[in-house]
Design a protein around this ligand. Structure first.
Ligand code: CTP
Length: 415
């Protein structure tokens, strides 16, 4: 396993003489076990053939926004969502200017505008173009937009000039991306238990009470924690999502079943992230047979009993466990989240607004994250990206927390 294992890399190639180096760059990404898809501008095709990049990446190369066949195989928006990182190498002065100004006049710039992936730019141009104040202003704009610059290098240029503007060597580009992606504290060797999705509380053999949770956030957190090297156990309510590869997933239905699975695994866990939308109540009795419609009455009364609060019970039973809760609120986000942070004895809570068009069953989300004496906002972005940011925050706080723990942290107590 390398640091880019499983990372979806979208390599954008624009039209500069350094485009020939992107063949080597593709090979190095593949060597790092990354998944690589290549997008070339029309000018790039003048310097290197798509066939070369297709053979090296193992995927068809994307060149045209209006290619019906390519769109049918993987649409450009789908491709923009697929990417974990986008690397533009070489990035010409023209492409840099377009990105800085939010243009979308070819497939590459359209993908960049449509994607929430981390963007890396490896400039390659003549030294006078690089030194031009317009380029300087464009680069400044990119830096303000938190785009990572890789290079350029100084030295002799293809045109004979000497100065800044050469594209970094492919190995250096890969090294810098790896260095940046591993600059965050890792969860290597850390055991993370996560709940996700809704629960179903049976009324009879064919009916149940549930909620709108899709499980997307919990699954994205599981993937993000796995990517940080954690050993992940996912306890999942019923969802329509693929079981994540290489993650131990325990499927449950009811809150009670979720509680049992969590209780069993909490002992070995270092971090517990409760992302599931657990039903707070379940029917007091579950009928063995289908409940029949009674023709005499117009109403049906249900008696509900309280389910265990899985998060609160677990945090109380395992005081050394680093616990992270979620708070789904329609109003008074911070007030309610703070209350849950304290009453459930949590180390951290991630609060989000739910309601019409927000939170549940959506691909995007925003979070307000609180801990004792601090808070931060993670603005609206894809659940995938948001979960990476949240896991990074959790790992930073866990890193500090574990130094204050007694040496053997896995307590023997059962919930
Ligand atoms: N939770 C849990 N078990 C429950 C209810 C909630 O583990 N029976 C967890 C959720 O996974 C979440 C946190 O507690 O991490 C808060 O859940 P939320 O539904 O926002 O709040 P509740 O505690 O249920 O309170 P309320 O419904 O009154 O807002």
């Amino acid at each position: 396993m390398t640091n880019l294992t499983g990372t979806n890399v979208l390599l954008g190639i624009s039209g500069g003489i350094a485009a020939y180096k992107s063949a080597e760059l593709t090979r190095l990404f593949i060597k790092q076990n990354a998944n690589v898809r290549v997008c070339m501008t029309q000018s790039a095709i003048e310097f290197i053939t798509p066939l070369t990049l297709q053979a090296l990446s193992g995927n068809p190369v994307h060149t045209d926004l209006f290619d019906v066949e390519a769109e049918a195989a993987m649409g450009h928006i789908e491709l923009a969502k697929w990417a974990d990182i986008i690397v533009v190498a070489p990035a010409t002065a023209n492409t840099i200017a377009k990105i800085a100004h939010g243009r979308a006049d070819n497939l590459l710039t359209t993908l960049i505008l449509a994607s929430k992936a981390k963007l890396y730019i490896a400039p390659a141009m003549n030294q006078a173009m690089w030194a031009n104040p317009q380029t300087t202003a464009n680069i400044k704009q990119l830096e303000q937009n938190k785009i990572s610059l890789l290079g350029p290098d100084a030295g002799e240029q293809a045109c004979g000039d000497i100065g800044l503007g050469r594209m970094l060597e492919p190995a250096e580009i890969v090294d810098q991306i790896i260095a940046e992606s591993t600059a965050t504290p890792s969860l290597q060797g850390v055991s993370v238990l996560i709940t996700a999705g809704p629960t179903r509380e049976a009324l009879d053999p064919v009916r149940y009470l549930t909620n709108r949770s899709s499980g997307k956030m919990g699954y994205a957190i599981a993937e993000a924690a796995k990517k940080q090297g954690a050993q992940v156990t996912l306890v999942s309510g019923p969802v329509h999502l693929d079981t994540p590869a290489n993650i131990e997933t325990i499927d449950v239905e009811s809150a009670q079943e979720m509680f049992s699975a969590v209780s069993k695994h909490a002992k070995q866990a270092d971090i517990f992230i409760a992302c599931a939308a657990v039903a707070d109540f379940s029917p007091a009795t579950t009928s063995n047979n289908k409940i029949k419609k009674n023709s005499d009455t117009e109403t049906l009364e249900l008696t509900l009993t309280k389910n265990p609060d899985i998060l609160a019970e677990t945090s109380h039973a395992h005081p050394n466990l680093f616990t992270v809760g979620f708070a789904a609120e329609t109003t008074d986000l911070e007030k309610y989240a703070k209350g849950k942070l304290i009453s459930k004895k949590l180390n951290m809570i991630a609060a989000n607004k739910v309601g019409k068009n927000q939170g549940f069953d959506k691909d995007d989300n925003a979070l307000l994250v609180l801990w004792e004496g601090g808070k931060c906002t993670l603005p609206l972005t894809s659940k995938k990206h948001l979960s990476q940011q949240l896991v990074q925050l959790i790992s930073e706080h866990f890193e500090i927390y574990k130094h204050h723990l007694p040496s053997n942290t896995h307590d023997e107590q059962d919930v």
